[in-house]
Design a protein around this ligand. Sequence first.
Ligand SMILES: [Zn+2]
Length: 74
Amino acid sequence: MASECFVTQEATQEILLRVTNVCAECYDDINEGDIIHYDMQNYRYLCKNCQERLCAQMNENCEVVEDDSPGLFC
Ligand SMILES: [Zn+2]
């Protein structure tokens, strides 16, 4: 699943040391080599699970919407 709202990258030691070593949403540990997603709206890193969950709630402007309309663009 790809979304233009996020930048998918591999966690590097530099990110872990300089930015964060936990997911900004669920606070799960991020380890070097993990696939992580940079949330360009909120300037934070998310794990795969949180990215998928948020992505499903986002509209085409990358805004989280509260209703249950299916987010097909992800
Ligand atoms: Zn998470």
